[in-house]
Design a binder for this molecule. Structure first.
Ligand SMILES: *Cc1c(COP(=O)(O)O)cnc(C)c1O
Length: 374
């Protein structure tokens, strides 16, 4: 297969749009609040390095990643920024954290025991489960450890918790989690407290504490309550037409013959399928863009291809090699995820892993460097 991405399904990531979104989210909070970027899972599939570079350029100095591998990669790029590791695994790697100045997030009382046993313990973040039921110490355990003097001897640099329902502002769990977190914040007096991710930022300043942890919004994924979206569009997804077919009325396209032509039709076969990360359920549910025209994706997706009904698109725009867009500023990833009934984050991850990625940046030099690196 050609390595020329013009022949491939391509996800184009606009790094300056990510920077704009960082600025926008920052504008929603008090200027004293700081904003970390969460770049787990290869920056949600978009590439840890280019996304981190763009955010550092935009003024971000604090990051969260999923594991030590990502943390070490980030540390090698940026000697200065704060790197917090959500799944710390301090037991095995305490010395690495200390040496590379990485900050593990401690999720259990056992993790805290490791810190207490280590001769040169790394600085750490304490994660508290206020209601998500995922990772983190329970509030009662934090209180018990506080009364035993643990946090006087081994103070956390920061404390964090994660909201379960931040995209549902009326859910009472938000306020309950906020109050649980605030009361421990008052007791522990940590260097910083961090409760919200992207959607939580819209819940208002009482929820912000000192540090937010942002990913989705930076990547242009919108909170469903906020319409029209104030976030800049980050993604373009496109693929080439490899074949154009004429169909008679009554003939079908694709596996299962789920779509039939109601008139004489023209069908473009496009080199994008679920191997590239587009959900299988997209067939018969999404549209493609060809220049200023919109055309429905018809029939089931197959592994490498999808079919588009281009009967109403001028013929000179639809030939082998011309490109079709599945995502752009008119159809955004939230729309696609809604159409197939899944989470935009899941689609993003899969597209990032399945497509050729290219980057658009405000500074052309950056763009060139990322391209060479990828
Ligand atoms: C993934 C994650 C985030 C970022 O969430 P978004 O909703 O994508 O902004 C923040 N905090 C924690 C603990 C996470 O796991």
């Amino acid at each position: 297969m050609s390595s020329d991405h013009s022949a491939r399904a391509t996800l184009t990531i606009d790094l300056s749009a990510i920077q704009q979104n960082y600025d926008y989210m920052r504008s929603l909070a008090d200027p004293r609040v700081k904003h970390a970027a969460v770049l787990k899972s290869d920056a949600y599939g978009l590439g840890l390095r280019p996304v981190a570079e763009a955010l550092v350029e935009a003024g971000c100095t604090s990051f969260f990643v999923a594991n030590l591998d990502e943390a070490v990669a980030l540390r090698e790029l940026f000697p200065e920024v704060a790197v917090n590791v959500l799944d710390g695994d301090c037991e095995r790697f305490a010395a690495t954290y200390e040496r590379k100045e990485l900050t593990p997030v401690l999720n259990t009382a056992d993790d805290l025991d490791v810190i207490r046993r280590t001769s040169r313990p790394p600085a750490y973040v304490l994660n508290i489960d206020t209601g998500l039921t995922r990772l983190g110490l329970l509030p009662a355990d934090v209180r018990r450890l506080f009364l035993a003097g643990t946090f006087e001897r081994w103070p956390p640099v920061g404390i964090m918790s994660h909201l379960a329902c931040s995209a549902m502002p009326d859910n009472p769990l938000n306020e309950l989690q906020r109050r649980r977190f605030a009361s421990l914040y008052r007791i522990l007096r940590p260097g910083w407290g961090s409760l919200v991710a992207s959607a939580g930022l819209w819940l208002g300043q009482r929820y912000h504490f000192d540090l937010t942890r942002l990913a989705s919004a930076l990547l242009g994924l919108n909170d469903p309550r906020i319409r029209p979206t104030p976030l800049a569009s980050v993604l373009d997804l496109s693929a080439p037409i490899v074949h154009v077919r004429d169909l008679n009325e009554g003939e079908s396209a694709g596996y299962g013959a789920t779509w039939r032509a109601r008139r004489r039709s023209r069908i473009a076969v496009v080199a994008m399928g679920y191997t590239h990360g587009l959900p299988w359920l997209s067939g018969n549910r999404i549209v493609a863009h060809i220049a200023e025209f919109t055309a429905p994706v018809v029939g089931r997706l197959s592994m490498e291809y999808l079919t588009v009904d281009v009967t109403d698109v001028p013929e000179q725009l639809c030939h082998r090699g011309s490109r079709v867009e599945l995502l752009n500023d008119k159809t955004r990833i939230d729309d696609l995820a809604d159409a197939v009934g899944t989470a935009a984050q899941e689609v993003l991850l899969r597209l990032g892993a399945g497509c050729q990625r290219t980057y658009r940046a405000a500074v052309p030099l950056c763009q060139r460097r990322f391209r060479e690196a990828s």
